[in-house]
Design a protein around this ligand. Structure first.
Ligand SMILES: Nc1ncnc2c1ncn2[C@@H]1O[C@H](COP(=O)(O)OP(=O)(O)OP(=O)(O)O)[C@@H](O)[C@H]1O
Length: 249
C-alpha cells in the first residue's frame, strides 16, 4: 500500500520548470531512493513531500501529494504535516545546545512538558537512532562537540523524537566517512520496520544496497521507477541503463 501518492506534480521556481509531471507511489515501511545527476530535481521532489518549498519565493506547485489519502497541499495543517513527515539533511545540523535539548526540542514544541515523559522520549529516540550508548553519559554536553557521524545520528534522533511516520533523508551520508556511512545505512534498514523512508543519494551503490524502490530522475522528470533490483539489473529505459552503467554525464 502507498504511504505517499504523488500525481501530476509540476513545480516551477519562477520560470524554471524543476519538476515535470511526476507520478510516484511511495510504499509504506520501505526505503525509496531517488537517484540521478546533479540538478535533476531529486531534492526538490523530496522537499515537496513536507512542503519545504512553500517558503521559497516564486515557487509554484500543481498536482497532488497524498499522505495516507489526505492532500498535503489542501487543508492539511503544515505543523502537523512536518510532525508526520520528518527530514534529515545532507550536512548534520544539530542546534547549538545540549544533546538532550536537541532531541527534546520537537516534543517540547509540541507541548510535552513532563520531565519524566521527555526523558523517556529522548532515550527512545536516541536508542532508535543507534546512538544512545555513545551519548547516555554526556546528554548535558553540547551537541557540537560530537563527531560528524554522531551528529548525523543525533539529527536522526531529533527527527524521530516527534514520532513521525515518514523520514525524508537528503543525501544523509554525503558528508560522512565510510564507517559512519555504513552505520547510517544499517540504521535506515532498521528504521524501515517502523517508518517509511525516502532518500536522495548520489551514491548508486548505496541505493542498490539499501533501497527497496528506486526512481531515476533526469531534467525534472522521473524516467523510471521500479523495484531497486529490477531497475539496476534490467533497466527498461536506455537513459537509465546509460546512467547506472556510468556511460552518462
Ligand atoms: N530555490 C531555488 N530557486 C531556483 N531554482 C532552484 C531552487 N532550488 C533548486 N533550483 C533548481 O532546480 C533544479 C533542481 O534542483 P534540485 O536541488 O532539486 O536538484 P538535485 O537533483 O537534488 O541536485 P543535487 O543532486 O545537485 O542536489 C536545479 O536546476 C536547481 O538549480
Amino acid at each position: 500500500m502507498s504511504k505517499i501518492s504523488i500525481s501530476d506534480l509540476e513545480l516551477h521556481y519562477s520560470n524554471f520548470n524543476a519538476l515535470k509531471n511526476v507520478n510516484l507511489e511511495i510504499p509504506e515501511k520501505e526505503i525509496t531512493a531517488y537517484i540521478g545527476p546533479s540538478g535533476c530535481g531529486k531534492s526538490t521532489l523530496l522537499k515537496s513531500l513536507n512542503r519545504m518549498n512553500d517558503l521559497i519565493e516564486g515557487c509554484k506547485i500543481t498536482g497532488t501529494v497524498l499522505l495516507d489519502g489526505e492532500d498535503i497541499y489542501r487543508g492539511m495543517d503544515i505543523n502537523l504535516l512536518r510532525k508526520r513527515v520528518g527530514m534529515v539533511f545532507q550536512k548534520p545540523n544539530p542546534f547549538p545546545m545540549t544533546i538532550y535539548d536537541n532531541v527534546a526540542f520537537g516534543p517540547r514544541t509540541h507541548g510535552v512538558r513532563s520531565k519524566v515523559k521527555l526523558d523517556e522520549m529522548v532515550e527512545k529516540a536516541l536508542r532508535d537512532a543507534a546512538i544512545w550508548d555513545e551519548v547516555k553519559d554526556r546528554l548535558k554536553k553540547n551537541a557540537l562537540g560530537m563527531s560528524g557521524g554522531q551528529q548525523q545520528r543525533l539529527c536522526i534522533a531529533r527527527a524521530l523524537a516527534v514520532q513521525p511516520e515518514v523520514l525524508l533523508m537528503d543525501e544523509p551520508t554525503s558528508a560522512l566517512d565510510p564507517i559512519s556511512t555504513s552505520r547510517i545505512e544499517d540504521l535506515a534498514l532498521e528504521l524501515k520496520k517502523e517508518y517509511t523512508i525516502v532518500m536522495v543519494t548520489h551514491n548508486m551503490q548505496q541505493a542498490a544496497r539499501i533501497s527497496d524502490n528506486t526512481a531515476f530522475f533526469l531534467l525534472g522528470e522521473v524516467v523510471e521507477f521500479d523495484k531497486t533490483e529490477e531497475l539496476f539489473s534490467m533497466p527498461k529505459d536506455k537513459r537509465t541503463e546509460d546512467y547506472i552503467t556510468g556511460r552518462f554525464g
